[in-house]
Design a protein around this ligand. Structure first.
Ligand code: UDP
Length: 219
């Protein structure tokens, strides 16, 4: 019911989200569950674009803290998001959903390059569109690819998490953490709430893009 208020959304799926109960990598069975959830949104008539993360495989910042050149590390992280996008596309096809991948770094043997007009056209044709390789720039994260929400004229950015909203503290660690039903962008920035990167929050603020934080384990 909730999704039906939206015509077009951008879903941010972190890499953590697709590793299921594994320590690392991709859980194909869990990905099919995600694909089914996406299908249920599509069945409501919602156009769905997805920005996929890569943290289940590689994070540039962590690797650079261990001595790797930051730029090389970030490109490696971006390539991890491409792996995830291929696995997600496969899961979507298993539940009968037609999808396309667009990458911010050209690799046209396996995906289309990011072309905004084509992106919009895929969505109108009810194909799920997966944005891979983030923004294509080192020193960013896939949260900052939230910019795509504005580019494709989405009604909202949906951030999938392990909890059902934004809390004053990590509710998995602190049982007395308070859940906020609604927050301004400035509240998130001022209180340094770890919803998304501060850059992504600022971008969303500047573009009046609502962010809906939800628990991806609830149907
Ligand atoms: N990355 C980048 N530029 C981008 C998007 C991603 O350099 O525009 C790199 C960065 O190293 C990041 C990694 O790709 O750590 C994986 O993305 P992210 O950490 O956002 O994945 P998530 O936390 O969503 O799983």
């Amino acid at each position: 019911m909730f999704f039906s208020n939206f015509r077009r959304i951008l879903l941010k799926l972190s890499g953590e989200a697709i590793k299921g109960s594994r320590e690392y990598g991709i859980d194909p069975k869990y990905l099919v569950y995600i694909a089914e959830e996406i299908k249920s949104a599509i069945d409501l008539g919602v156009q769905v674009a997805i920005v996929i993360g890569g943290g289940n495989i590689f994070r540039g910042l962590a690797a650079s803290e261990n001595g790797m050149d930051r730029v090389a590390a970030d490109y490696t992280g971006m390539l991890a998001t491409v792996m995830n996008s291929l696995a997600l596309k496969d899961a979507l096809s298993k539940v009968g959903i037609d999808s396309r991948i667009q990458t911010a770094i050209e690799m046209k043997e396996i995906a289309e390059p990011f072309i905004l007009d084509r992106a919009r056209s895929h969505l109108i044709k009810e194909r799920v569109l997966i944005f891979a390789a983030g923004t294509g720039n080192p020193y960013f994260t896939t949260d900052t690819a939230a910019l795509r929400a504005t580019e494709i004229d989405a009604d909202a950015l949906f951030k999938a998490t392990k909890v059902d909203g934004v809390y004053s503290d990590d509710p998995m660690v602190n049982a007395s953490a308070i859940k906020y039903s609604e927050l301004s962008y400035m509240d998130v920035l001022r209180q340094e709430l770890h919803v998304m990167d501060s850059t992504a929050i600022s971008l969303s603020k500047d573009n009046d893009m609502p962010i809906v934080v939800f628990d991806m384990n609830e149907s």
